[in-house]
Write a protein that binds this ligand. Sequence first.
Ligand SMILES: [Zn+2]
Length: 829
Amino acid sequence: MKNYYLIIGLLFLSFHLVTAQKIKSPSEFLGYELGSQFSRHADVVNYFNHVAENSPMAEYHTYGKTNERRPLTYAVISSKENMAKLENIRGSHLNNAGIGNNQSDSEIAIVWLSYNVHGNEASSTEASMKTIYKLITEKQDWLKNTVVIIDPCVNPDGRDRYTNWYNQVKAEPYNITQEADEHHEPWPGGRPNHYLFDLNRDWAWATQIETQERLKIYNQWLPHIHVDFHEQGINDPYYFAPAAEPFHEVITPFQRDFQTRIGKNHAKYFDEEGWLYFTGERFDLLYPSYGDTYPTYMGAIGMTYEQAGHGRAGLGIKTDEGYVLTLKDRLEHHFTTGISTVEVASKNASELNNEFQNYFNSDDFEYASYALQGNSDKLNALKTLLDRHEIKYSYANSGKISGYSFNSSSTGSLNSDENTLIVSTNQPKAKMVKVLFEPKTKLADSLTYDITAWSLPYAYGLDAIASNKIIPGSEKTSVNQIENKANPKAAGYISKWNSLQDAQFLADLIKSEVKVRFSEVPFESNGENYAPGSLIITKSDNRKLENFDSKVIEIANKHERLLLTTETSFAGSGPDFGSSDIKIINHQKVGLLKGDEVSSLNFGEIWYFFEQDLNYPVTPLNSAYFNRVNLNEFDILIMPEGWYSEFLEDKNLEKITSWVESGGKLIAVGNAISNFIDKEGFGIRENKTEEKDTTATEPNLIPYAKRERESIKNMITGSIIETRLDNTHPLAFGYEENYFTLKLSSDSYSLLSNGYNVSYIKEPKIVSGFAGSEAVKNLKNSLIFGEVPMGEGSIVYMVDNPLFRAFWENGKLFFANAIFFTNNTGYDY
Ligand SMILES: [Zn+2]
């Protein structure tokens, strides 16, 4: 009998040894010591596959594909016993958040580790491989009550952009001199994704494919702790939470406290090794689109870890203090905090579960419901966003809803009907509803460098009332499908112009060689009133087109655009279709500047807008060869935000000016405008409320310690301001008489005297967010959007970037108007 047990025991032991041996360490698998090279993304994926194939403690899944077709992946690891009942654990966990029907409570801690969201902060993906290996082979005890989800690389396109470049240029052996080329990434750098979006600003808006796909899995798990691994400048050793003020008011005392407890556990390990770190500075918890705030507002403890390094450090670099910082050090630090986080979770699993439940039980909200009205395209865009966050909504009954009116910033009401959208706080995602919808975010401290306002009714251009009572709503059952029918007797078709979807429809028509007109003035046809900007597609313009009717109908149905068919070009009132007020829309060829002078973020936003929002071709032009570009190939040149003073010094200003004078259209966004201040013909001046005597030297009595705080008087980093609109100008077609702009800087330009002020501020009225007192004064009588004619052409100024992070949905139509309608001269057919 003894022998029998011995044999069983030996078999059992050898089975364990075999499984343990079968999992190779990252160094064994990759064929080089971890940290001695940057691993290619594909090799990282192979390693995670290897682990999952050889361990009953791991699963590995693909959750999507990037723009450049790299896989987005995550591993789930836990004890063998837990892995066998993973769906049960997940269901019980969601039950604690009030989601789903699973009745049993969970005692398992869920930790989610997200690596390498910024592609050139590349040590963390290396750390992810060591982390999964050590958790499975050495830290099995913690996994008995903990599920760990590992996303080894949130931004594969950015990571490979950085590591491929580094591998090409690095010296052998690597060069630690800061001046070496391997420490100077070329434009645009590996930080952002394919479209050059910062994925750590995109969680709440979910405009990028990586975020959209990740949120589907994130919502299936809603972890107790989420960690976002980053890197910072080479001279700042290591940062971990607790975070800095301002904290959003929905953050609970427990969430604050637990951040500190995790931080103290890291500190213990760092102190043992003599590694330096700092906490409680610089990184605040307010803007909801970060990898720490978003999870926090979804009930997690959201942690940011920042290692010295990023795109500068390579495999090794000498810091200003004279130390050599290596990739091996960097990944070791991230490995340590990752493991330490899992340890804290495991040791406090029960408390995490109780407090997670409490987070979702809160019902103390100033506003209980939001009622939203607007055109169906804008409402649909909002619903798409709510679906991504799995936030529930319903439709109002008819009646009157009173409360805080977003439009007037005071008490008001709206008459509701079955199309009025209701979003309420009596649901699991209540706190996220508050964060995203409330008209004003409470700021405990205004010292923050990101935007301080984002309220969705303003961003989506909707009429909204915030009510302190729950507004009852019901599910909508019937959906009206738009189904236009061809009419062989049609003289033409008319379509309204109110939204980005209308612009997509127009872009598709133009690409399909259909000639389209737009009206510059209101008109009436067959008893229906049409505002300026309405599209008119006539048979006579399209005589050469085969299947004209069916083609137009097909495109309209695809875009769900309602067409009015008219059998006559004779208008009931206003111009007939042959009038000069009804203009042909030219097939615009668009050039877009990129390169060293250009803000990669803003270039990316515009690029994304053309390819993914509007679906209209754009030609990127690099500033490096701009002097050889034949501008006559283009109708429009877009200058994104950037630093163009040297670029414009040579012949380039002359080249652009003469091209505009002969009919070109220049669109200058944000601080690109500053390059044209006081330049002849450009009609743009800086706005100063009073002439200051700049020669006088006043004594500076601001205490040194207050220098940063004092500077915020002059700052605007993102607040919402009401502007007036001249919606008779083509740049503002489809808009009402006011517009809420997201003011992104304190830059202020005078109202145009030689052009059209289309969106402008008379008396600045901040409706949401922080704006420094001095900066606000400077906004009096200032321009937001305008047009200055120059010769045959014109210049469109967009002082606020309406495509910022692609989330200010209501600004996008301005951009389409600038392309298709503004100064639409001549015929190019
Ligand atoms: Zn980062």
